[in-house]
Design a protein around this ligand. Structure first.
Ligand SMILES: [Ca+2]
Length: 503
């Protein structure tokens, strides 16, 4: 009995198993209802996006009055519905007062990629052409600048963008009433340069002008460095012997410049005037007093320079980094360096006495690192077109170096020009300020540590018309004792040297 029961049990288990297994084999998963998304864009007959429109979706056939879903169009006139079964639907658009603007039938397809609807409605939308104009501070148009129109929401939406044309203009057509943030990009068209929120409506102006301030200069050449205090004697007489028996080939101080166009000095002469630790009356003071050492002029009347090249004017040694003990530094190329025997010869055009014993440019004293922390008076270096410089002459470029403004503006009348650091008009008050020391014209470039042989690289980035990056002044320890391999690369191609941008 027991045995039979057990056999029956086994049989039953086997049978049930077979039934279960076969049931599993035949089981069909019920098909999930297919659901798709429908996205749409809504414009009027002028292709103006219809924003803030309520769009409701209804079943077209069954339950026609039943609202399946609804959405508000974005500022770009777009919207979407999620999770619609394939089939026929009716879309209706309503304005903000719930008046129906129009309707359209749409079939949601099995293939979800088909479910994109471009929908046009015959609706008038008030709109305007909005003009953005970019000009520099000399009223020249600025072309090729990216300008963007954004909404003013917390999450701004880009409405349109483009580049200014040769007139510096960009028109945003079909701009609907609203408030927008206009973004003007910088020269790289990446970073924001300026932005402003404007209202667009019937009463508001339909244009906006941005003035992009540029740092214009007036130079055919600019001052890019100076070596006012070489190690050892600054201004020995040619042939004098010092150090460990070194016979000086000339003097060692010089100014570095960069040409911003090709210039043949035999046809177009220029001049450089420097002041020296003193209170000069004006750049041409030597014409009034030939014995003064407060100014010294050096002329470019020979040779030529090429656009973007560095060149030099200074002591007749023509050495890059003066001397040390019994040997001199490498020389500048002859055609890049204008030699002036400032120890023996009076200044160009009779402007200033020979500088024997006093040096061309003033030195500082004390030190913080490679810079002096004290200098009695600021000194200046100015470039003039032509070789006649008098009290009324205005330079084409000018720098001043020092540690403190210390002179009497009633006595010292050194004219400046518009540069990266000085301005003939006070940018805050619009008052004329044609002299160094007046108004905002108080920028001082650094002074090298005394008698250590420090060159000042002025740096910055310059084009033939403007400073893209203003000059500042970085010291370079530049003497043969510390730097026996001194070369022009150190002051022309290294970090912090002035960069020419030809545009
Ligand atoms: Ca000196």
């Amino acid at each position: 009995m027991k045995k039979k029961s057990f056999s029956f049990f086994l049989f039953t288990v086997a049978l049930v198993s077979i039934v279960l297994i076969s049931a599993c084999d035949n089981f069909e998963e019920p098909e999930l209802p297919k659901i798709n998304d429908l996205s749409f864009s809504l414009v009027n007959n002028e292709d103006i996006p219809l924003s803030n429109v309520w769009v409701k979706v209804y079943f077209a056939d069954v339950k026609p009055g039943f609202v399946v879903d609804s959405t508000l169009t974005s500022v770009a006139g777009s919207g979407s519905f999620k999770s619609l079964r394939p089939g026929s639907y009716l879309l209706k658009a309503f304005d903000d007062s719930n008046a129906e603007l129009g309707a359209t039938e749409v079939v949601v397809q099995e293939d979800d990629t088909q479910n994109v609807l471009a929908w046009k409605l015959d609706v008038f939308v008030e709109n305007y052409n909005f003009l953005v104009k970019l000009m520099d501070n000399r009223q020249h148009p600025i072309s090729g600048r990216k300008v963007s129109f954004f909404t003013t929401d917390l999450n701004p939406v880009l409405i349109a963008e483009g580049s200014t044309n040769s007139q510096g203009e960009l028109t945003f057509s079909k701009t609907v009433v609203g408030s927008y943030r206009i973004v003007v990009y910088d020269e790289t068209n990446e970073a924001i340069f300026a932005e402003e929120v404007v209202a667009v409506n019937a009463a508001a102006p339909k244009s906006k002008t941005f003035v992009i301030q540029k740092i214009f200069h007036n130079g055919d050449m600019v001052i890019t460095g100076y070596f006012p205090d070489p190690k050892g004697s600054d201004s020995p007489k040619t042939g004098a012997v010092s150090g460990a028996g070194f016979e000086h080939p000339g003097q060692y101080e010089y100014v570095q410049l960069m040409a911003l166009r090709d210039i043949d000095f035999t046809k177009e002469p220029y001049s450089v005037v420097v002041t020296n630790s003193s209170i000069p009356a004006h750049w041409g003071m030597g014409l009034d007093d030939p014995t003064t050492k407060r100014v010294y002029q050096m002329n470019f009347e020979t040779g030529s320079v090429k656009k973007g090249e560095f060149f030099y004017i200074g002591g007749s040694a023509g050495m890059i980094a003066s001397y040390w003990q019994d040997y001199g530094s490498p020389l500048f190329d002859e055609d890049k360096y204008w030699k002036v025997d400032y120890a023996a010869e009076p200044g160009g055009n009779g402007n200033g006495a020979a500088k024997d014993g006093s040096g061309l440019m003033g030195n500082g004293s004390g030190a913080i690192g490679l810079l002096a922390n004290s200098k009695g008076y600021p000194d200046g270096v100015a470039v003039f077109k032509g070789t006649h410089v008098d009290a009324n002459s205005t330079p084409i470029d000018v720098i001043f170096y020092g540690t403190t403004m210390n002179f009497d503006l009633e006595v010292v009348k050194l004219r400046i020009t518009d540069t990266d650091r000085y301005s003939t008009v006070n940018p805050e008050t619009d008052e004329d300020q044609s002299l160094f020391g007046q108004g905002t014209n108080i920028y001082l470039f650094p002074v090298p540590k005394q008698d250590d042989g420090v060159f000042i690289k002025l740096g910055g980035q310059v084009t033939p018309t403007e400073w893209l990056v203003p000059r500042s002044g970085t010291p370079l320890l530049f003497n043969l004792s510390a730097h026996p391999a001194a070369s022009v690369s150190d002051i022309e191609n290294a970090n912090d040297c002035t960069i020419f941008v030809d545009k």
